[in-house]
Ligand binder design. Structure first.
Ligand SMILES: Cc1cc2nc3c(=O)[nH]c(=O)nc-3n(C[C@H](O)[C@H](O)[C@H](O)COP(=O)(O)O)c2cc1C
Length: 330
């Protein structure tokens, strides 16, 4: 049996990797996660106080967001030469318990794993129009492999489905302008600068609506690019699952994270897009656009960020609100 130093990273390392895990994307930057350090390792819980009921009535995107944080944690740990032994949906008295993470010293860390770990700090959601991604065949092969490894499927539907998706997105945005409950939730979470959660104005396009037709309609923000960069030619990926359980949602978030980090490491901009998959009717129509018969979970735009745009970093909640130590057994 190893000494504590060999079986557990130091508290300082735990703080540092959890802080990086919390850089993960989440629906409207709701950051719906809690981490608890116990004797055997870390436990990840979803935080039901941070569900967005008008947007995410089943809590699917809450669990996807937690899956993204779990995958960020895995790469952050590898950078410190720790492997994460993850048990998903363990037996627990709490329905919010999504995963436990035990630590083992990593025998070997590959260059591509380090590339994904170092991409965490650079990744952010790009909502401005993007040019077509370069070296796309290589990038698509890598993200397909990462998704398959997580038990997910990924399809590039950009060119053939763009007009249909744009029309669907515009229609949905128009309908939702008339939904006061959805609008109140959106206004609560997006377009402010004061809070450590939600989406700040600087991360939202100045000329919304319509800047990126397949994107979600947000309150008008302050992000701009040159008029010459206004056409969106980003590839559009769809992450799909075979079924729709909470385990699928968690794994989907893990695959989403790996895919976003791989694209970031290649210098590509990314934007998860979920307004069309959060309602039954449009989700079914997105499914009909696919070659495969998987269930669409998340669309992702991938492209070259406009050079004229300045990158914006969204804030995160302080660690003291999301990381706790369970001292009951010590
Ligand atoms: C499940 C999920 C759904 C999301 N849906 C959208 C979306 O529909 N439109 C969008 O612009 N961003 C979407 N995002 C991105 C979040 O708004 C973004 O991750 C969050 O504001 C934090 O900002 P950052 O990614 O720049 O760190 C989504 C992210 C996740 C994980």
């Amino acid at each position: 049996m190893g000494t504590p130093a060999e079986t557990m990273p130091s508290w300082r390392t735990i703080e540092s990797v959890v802080a990086l895990a919390c850089r993960a994307p989440s629906l409207h930057n709701s950051q719906p996660w809690r981490w608890v350090l116990e004797h055997e390792g870390l436990t990840l819980f979803s935080d039901p106080d941070r569900i967005l009921p008008a947007t995410d009535s089943f809590g699917r995107q809450m669990v996807v967001s937690c899956g993204a944080a779990l995958n960020h944690l895995k790469y952050a740990l590898l950078e410190h030469h720790w492997d994460a032994a993850i048990e998903r949906m363990p037996h627990s008295a709490s329905r919010q318990c999504l995963a436990t993470v035990a630590f083992t010293p990593a025998a070997e860390v590959s260059g591509s794993e380090i590339a994904l770990a170092t991409a965490i700090a650079r990744r952010h959601t790009e909502r401005l129009p993007m040019a077509a991604p370069n070296s796309w065949d290589d990038a698509l092969a890598q993200v397909t492999e990462l998704a398959e490894r997580a038990g997910m499927h990924v399809e590039d539907i950009g060119d053939r489905a763009r007009p249909t998706l744009e029309a669907m997105s515009r229609r949905l945005s128009g309908l939702r302008r008339g939904n006061p409950v959805y609008q109140a939730e959106l206004q609560w979470w997006a377009g402010h600068a004061l809070y450590p959660d939600g989406i700040p104005s600087a991360a939202l396009p100045a000329s919304s609506p319509g800047t990126v037709p397949v994107g979600r309609e947000f309150p008008t923000g302050t992000a701009t690019c040159d008029p010459g960069d206004m056409e969106d030619r980003a590839a559009i990926l769809v992450l799909t699952t075979d079924s729709d359980s909470r385990l699928d949602w968690l794994r989907c978030g893990e695959a989403l994270s790996a895919l976003l980090l791989a694209c970031t490491a290649r210098g590509l901009g990314t934007c998860p897009v979920t307004h069309m998959t959060e309602l039954g009717e449009t989700r079914t129509r997105v499914g009909e656009l696919l070659d495969g018969d998987g269930l669409p979970q998340v669309l992702i735009r991938v492209g070259l960020r406009p050079q004229s745009a300045s990158p914006s970093t969204t804030p995160r909640r302080p660690l003291s609100e999301v990381l706790f130590r369970d001292r009951s057994e010590s």
